[in-house]
Design a protein around this ligand. Structure first.
Ligand SMILES: [Zn+2]
Length: 84
């Protein structure tokens, strides 16, 4: 199967990353709980933000802000669902 380069993701990715984060649904990778990200337990700043699962306290996502840049990891989320 012929592949495309990553530039083809510009449109869909722009739509996806422009979502309202607090209303997006996420599934915890540890326990499977599905909830709006607004229901997560969040710790921080000043070092950044750590969002933990409301059910099992597993880490859902981490945002680190440093020197004018932000790094996002979402390793603890199995998926995120946003309204199209
Ligand atoms: Zn969980």
């Amino acid at each position: 199967m012929k592949h495309l380069d990553g530039n083809v993701l510009a449109g869909p990715a722009a739509d996806l990353f422009a979502f309202e984060a607090t209303t997006a649904l996420g599934r915890c990778g540890a326990c499977g709980d599905v909830a709006a990200l607004a229901q997560a337990r969040v710790y921080g700043p000043p070092m950044g933000y750590v969002a933990r699962c409301r059910s099992c306290d597993g880490v859902l996502l981490v945002i680190v802000e440093h020197e004018g840049r932000a790094t996002l990891t979402m390793r603890g989320l199995r998926w995120v669902r946003v309204d199209a």
